[in-house]
Design a protein around this ligand. Structure first.
Ligand SMILES: O=C(O)C(=O)C[C@H](O)C(=O)CO
Ligand SMILES: [Zn+2]
Length: 280
């Protein structure tokens, strides 16, 4: 099993105004997720959030700790949320096995020692997308299937933003310290996510785009509402959204994305919405 990790430092909005395309991509885009038989982790200094992936094909993958954590086990001071976007797989947490079908989620609280990812069928491997944040308390491990998610219908076909927000790792379903995660699916014919856009200076967020057809792409918008920038994204890529940044996208087809966030509060509805007509 290979382990790849990297660190991303925080940037302030004044500096980001001057970033060219490559620098924006280097700082915020995560392009190397979902590598077979690899644990890929990106440690962001925004709220010390980690986004990553594990795709076990020929062998099982252990959730190994990384040097920046200076901890014996990955979850010594952290909690983690995992959503399987591939075929059926299992996650063994200190000897207890959880089966995750396509689009099921698992929350694991801090203090667990050993987490092992496996696929049921190497010809249709599980693809585990991971998000982790520091945790001050240990909450119970819990599986949440997509059918158990809180579902919120937003937007309309007329404004090309009709979508279902599946809140999965969220208060009321799972107790967490900081982490919130879910999956938003756009209806056929709708291409805009998170429009009207918002910021929440109290939480950072990461979007991971999936179900984008091979020859299509999503233009992800970031930046302060009156100073926006864009990053073109392909399937299986993620993007870090600083707390001061909008996070919204428009695709050349419909698609799905997993959002995950952490920070000052666990209040999903705490958003400062930007008026569409005032975006620049
Ligand atoms: O489509 C949407 O709108 C979302 O999914 C919004 C995210 O959940 C979000 O940005 C939460 O802060
Ligand atoms: Zn948000």
């Amino acid at each position: 099993m290979k382990l790849h990790y990297e660190t991303r430092y925080a940037s302030n909005p004044q500096s980001v105004k001057n970033y060219d395309t490559q620098q924006l991509r280097d700082e915020f885009l995560i392009e190397n997720l979902m590598q077979e038989d690899q644990l890929v982790l990106v440690y962001s200094h925004y709220d010390r959030y980690i986004a990553g992936s594990a795709v076990p094909v020929k062998e099982a993958i252990n959730l190994e700790t990384i040097d920046p954590l200076k901890s014996t086990c990955f979850l010594d001071r952290r909690e983690i949320g995992i959503i399987n976007i591939g075929g059926s797989g299992t996650i063994e947490v200190d000897g207890v096995v959880y089966i995750l079908e396509h689009k099921d989620a698992l929350y694991i609280g801090s203090g667990k020692k050993e987490v092992i990812f496996k696929s049921e069928d190497k010809n249709n491997p599980a693809k585990f997308y991971l998000n982790s944040a520091p945790a001050h308390k240990s909450y119970s491990t819990k599986k949440v299937s997509k059918s158990e998610a809180n579902k919120i219908e937003l937007g309309s076909l007329e404004t090309a933003n009709h979508r279902t927000v599946n809140q999965m790792i969220i208060g009321g379903i799972v107790d967490t310290c900081q982490l919130q995660m879910g999956m938003t699916e756009l209806k056929a014919g709708s291409v805009w996510n998170t429009m009207p856009a918002h910021v929440h200076d109290r939480r950072m967020e990461v979007y991971y785009y999936l179900d984008i057809p091979q020859d299509q792409a999503v233009c992800h918008f970031m930046g302060q509402p009156q100073e926006t920038r864009h990053i073109w994204m392909r399937n299986d890529q993620a993007v870090i959204s600083p707390p001061w940044s909008i996070h919204s996208g428009s695709g050349t087809s419909n698609y799905t994305f997993i959002w995950g966030m952490a920070g000052e509060n666990l209040d999903y509805s705490d958003m400062d919405v930007a008026k569409i007509t005032e975006l620049r």
